[in-house]
Write a protein that binds this ligand. Sequence first.
Ligand SMILES: Cc1cc2nc3c(=O)[nH]c(=O)nc-3n(C[C@H](O)[C@H](O)[C@H](O)COP(=O)(O)OP(=O)(O)OC[C@H]3O[C@@H](n4cnc5c(N)ncnc54)[C@H](O)[C@@H]3O)c2cc1C
Length: 547
Amino acid sequence: MSKQDVDADVVIIGSGVMGGLIATQLAKAGKSVIIVEAGPRVSRQEIVERFRNSPFKMSLTNMKLQGVGSPYPDLPHIPSTYSSYLQQTGPVKYPTKYLRVVGGTTWHFGSALWRMIPNDFKLQSLYGRGRDWPFGYDELEPWYGVAEHELGVSGVDGQDESGQGGKAWPPRSTPFPMPGLPTSYLFQRLTELLGKGGYNPVLEPNGRATRPYGKRPVCAGNNNCNPVCPIAAKYDGSMHIDEAERLGAKLLDNSVVCQIEADDSGKITGIWYKKPNGSTYHLRANYFVLAAYGIESPKLLLMSTSAKYPNGIANSSDQVGRNLMGHTGISMNLMMNEDIWPGQGPTELLVYLNNRDGNFRKDFPSYKIKVRNTVPTADYAASLIAKGVLGSKLDEELRKQSARALNFAIDFETLPLPENRVVPSKTKKDAIGIPLPEIYYSVTDYWHAGKEERLKDFAKFAELLNGDVVKIDTNFQDRQHIMGTTIMGDDPKNSVVNRDCQTHDHPNLFIAGTSVMPSASCMNPTLTGAALSLRLADHLLKTMQSA
Ligand SMILES: Cc1cc2nc3c(=O)[nH]c(=O)nc-3n(C[C@H](O)[C@H](O)[C@H](O)COP(=O)(O)OP(=O)(O)OC[C@H]3O[C@@H](n4cnc5c(N)ncnc54)[C@H](O)[C@@H]3O)c2cc1C
């Protein structure tokens, strides 16, 4: 199409970290870009105030981490995932909490920004499980470096992130942009006690500033990463959207894309979006990038049916929406017999990775144990009051629990199973007539074998820490990491996008984010999604130059 026939060179659907990174790269290169975003703009001040003033809702897990009483909008055209928006149809619930606002879900993410390790890319050929990636760690390594720079990651250079306490791993060609955060008394004391059992501490690389970084101040340890960093020391996607707009990209907020259309040759010709009042608009572009995250992206593709594409867009393989992965986990609450003072610094920093990789992956999954550095005092108070503890006894117990109660969470790698999938509901719609997402999720014996193994770690932790186990929760905890639903591969018959994140069926449609990942590892996936998105932007620019 000529310039006159299109509204922009590139239309990007979704203004989260992936959409924002790509928009910034394209706008910097002088391309005209329109970002279409379902949700409204929000201001940090407004979110912080709403969080502070929100009425407490009982949650014995962790109010801040699980985000109960979310301060983010719940509007008719973007019903909140904290409501009953996600329709669960499988034996295991997948209650993920993504946000639909300008900047996306990273507004309330924990900001753990990990690289995967080389063997995570070869799960099938090494261990006979899951799928291999079409390329290895070496291909993504430079892009991990760019992503760490873009997202402003602080971390410990030279650390062995395989958890073996050995040489620096995985290999890096660039140092972390910022040094790691200092450790608190809690982390030092745990390191001392758990070290006696051979558990090597690993300090999490994360998107919190340890020196002024762009407009970001240094992390002041507000311990409020979820649901919002009050001072913007933690990265979130709105930062790249601001940058993209400064470079000339145009953002349409409160605009929910409801249809992607393609001509008979496979070329994507346009998209339709709806405003909150239900009115519908059309946009044309030469290239389209779908960056609506792991539930809404496949849902939109599957909703976009037509006579030529009865199974939806990009779905000749029937893989769109399938292979949904997460880091389905378990946790342990422990009461220490000494004051250990959680809550100082960020909500998480210290992890244990003694079995991140090895031949055991043939039999059970890779996993990570994280120490939750939070003090959910309101939860403690509600629980004590419910048991009739009042007055000075309540005060005494609250002081004790705040200083001694710990939570350890295990995240397991899961595998891409075709039956675990997202589809648009055939019966339920939101206020503007868009189908709600239906999610079928399950775990296999592989996960259960991992759970049995890791309960041994919990027992050992309790012993080494001389703590009393208060609760062990094995009820398939969701860890908020959506992967696999537009899976990458070389074979168009069993994958949705190719190694460049370009859909096999439509050369001018690309998909950005963690939904393209063929394996999950046990690590938070956003940095991998960001590295893939930056690589996608580079490929797209080269494609545009040669067209
Ligand atoms: C509580 C929580 C904690 C987390 N912590 C971590 C962590 O510590 N480390 C980590 O690596 N990951 C973490 N994650 C995951 C991380 O937030 C995601 O990987 C990341 O936000 C994905 O970015 P994205 O741009 O793909 O999607 P999003 O950030 O969700 O952005 C997608 C955007 O697309 C928009 N959109 C959706 N559908 C449409 C449509 N039809 N039309 C127009 N726009 C649309 C949405 O409104 C949204 O703004 C966490 C997630 C949660 C919920």
